[in-house]
Write a protein of this length. Structure first.
Length: 410
């Protein structure tokens, strides 16, 4: 009788736990970031994201013009200007503490580097009257972009320790840098060759390398992997169409489109295996895409994450991706607010359900039980492993899971 009762209790407990696991909320999330004014007529764009997805940077338009912003924990902070009327943010360091972009001052436009302690710092020019910053290294110490020289020509630059270095061209008059490796040693962008044609370039150790095209006349690099080995951007094919590319080991690979004739790649994960950008579909509409080296080709994020989109909403361009490939930011149409709006897409579950091994030591024991008991009653989306079943609350269900598996692996 006792054994039978024990079996029934265990079976009931097992069924309860399995039911709780099956209904746990492990879904991805899409966050519309809003705007600085909140007006229906204001719009916003997201252009950079920190490694952990907690900080997003970009710009928001309103009646007064554009303002660079830094978004964190649901709050969009305007970063100001350099005394002029407008500013745009394009890049952010891995920890979210350093933001780079362009802002107006009394004389023109200047590349800036912003920190919470130092505010917005102008980085100067190469002798002309304008500059803008497009990328920043992982630690925030190296900034890249474009600046005018005394002749008014655009030149790619690399800024570090207060000094702005011109990176040259490919034999033509102009160049601009758009991306930089994690350690700041590799820079990518576009430069003119002797024929005046744009070519994607990769700069390292003082030398600028042309990356070629896809059979057409022009190419342009927007992003680079953490180690500088993979470059992404767009290039023209023989028909003169722009197609997203991924370059590695001297080979430029076309990434295709979503059924249309146009695509551009803007960012890559740290290892270069995931690429994001924007592409036309068969109807000629712009759609944010993700491409992975593991196969499957180019996917429309609107299709993959359709369950996160309300009727009429769409993701149009993906401008940046976190190093681990989890977080994607860009711009889309938010049907709820009826405006173009910056978005943050979390492509993975916020919580991973487990068997009760809270401390990950391979054994479900007293330490795990105590951790759940001490957190009992806590709620939120970032509870960690004490929320065993990922339902946003530490409760009886989590405790039952630990008890059911107590002693496992020990």
């Amino acid at each position: 009788m006792k054994g039978s009762r024990h079996f029934r209790v265990s079976a009931l407990l097992s069924a309860c736990v399995m039911s709780l696991i099956a209904t746990a909320g492990w879904s991805q999330s899409l966050t519309w970031l809003g705007t600085l004014s909140g007006s229906e007529y204001d719009i916003s764009y997201a252009s950079g994201v920190s490694a952990d997805g907690s900080v997003v940077v970009g710009w928001s338009y309103n009646a007064a013009g554009s303002r660079a912003f830094r978004w964190q924990n649901g709050v969009m902070q305007a970063l100001g200007t350099l005394g002029g009327s407008e500013s745009l943010a394009y890049g952010v360091s891995a920890n979210g503490a350093v933001v780079v972009g362009v802002a107006d001052n009394a004389a023109g436009s200047r590349a800036f580097r912003w920190t919470a302690s130092g505010g917005m710092q102008a980085l100067g020019t190469l002798g002309g009257n304008w500059s803008w910053a497009r990328g920043v290294s992982a630690d925030g110490s190296v900034v890249v972009g474009g600046a005018s020289n005394a002749a008014g020509q655009r030149r790619a630059f690399r800024w570090q320790n207060g000094g702005m270095q011109a990176l040259g061209t490919l034999g033509g008059n102009e160049s601009v840098a758009y991306g930089v490796s994690a350690d700041g040693s590799v820079v990518v962008g576009w430069a003119e060759n002797a024929a005046g044609q744009w070519r994607a370039f990769r700069w390292q150790n003082g030398g600028m390398q042309a990356l070629g095209t896809l059979g057409g006349l022009r190419s342009w690099a927007n992003g680079v992997s953490a180690n500088g080995a993979v470059v992404v951007g767009w290039a023209e094919n023989a028909a003169g169409q722009r197609h997203a590319f991924r370059w590695q080991n001297g080979v430029m690979q076309a990434l295709g489109t979503l059924g249309g004739t146009w695509s551009e790649a803007y960012g890559a994960s740290a290892d270069g295996s995931v690429v994001v950008g924007s592409a036309q579909n068969a109807a000629g509409r712009y759609r944010a895409f993700r491409w992975t080296a593991s196969g499957g080709g180019m996917e429309d994020l609107n299709t993959t994450y359709a369950s996160l989109l309300t009727n009429g909403s769409e993701l149009r361009s993906a401008y940046a991706i976190s190093p681990d490939g989890r977080y994607i930011v860009g711009v889309g149409y938010n049907a709820a607010t009826r405006r173009l709006e910056a978005f943050l897409l979390d492509t993975e579950p916020r919580c991973t359900a487990h068997n009760g091994d809270v401390d990950r030591n391979g054994c479900v024991d007293d330490a795990d039980l105590l951790a759940v008991l001490f957190a009992f009653g806590s709620t939120g989306s970032n509870l960690g492993r004490v929320d065993v079943n990922c339902d946003g609350v530490v409760d009886d269900a989590d405790l039952l899971q630990v008890l059911f598996n107590f002693g496992s692996g020990c």
